[in-house]
Design a protein around this ligand. Structure first.
Ligand code: SF4
Length: 79
């Protein structure tokens, strides 16, 4: 039996988002563009690590961060 995937918290700095929509295409279960054209999180926690990591790393203005829910350790982006 494999261990459960750790829960992740995704945060969007909406003051930085320029509304490219790149992240919402990569992680559509977790991110959407709001009525103001800026990305926002769809759910309080997620286990979609690959998608969220890719979304955070592709954002051109580094508006997305992903943390482990249990420890607060940053998962993405990593510099
Ligand atoms: S990739 Fe970045 S700039 Fe583009 S919509 Fe997502 S958060 Fe906004």
């Amino acid at each position: 039996m494999s261990a459960a995937e750790p829960e992740l918290i995704v945060t969007v700095d909406r003051t930085r988002c320029v509304g490219t929509g790149a992240c919402t295409g990569t992680a559509p279960d977790d991110l959407e563009l709001g009525p103001d054209g800026r990305a926002r999180a769809l759910r309080p926690a997620s286990t979609a690590r690959d998608e969220l990591t890719e979304a955070a790393e592709m954002c051109p203005v580094e508006a997305i961060t992903v943390h482990f829910a249990h420890s607060g350790e940053q998962v993405a982006p990593l510099y």
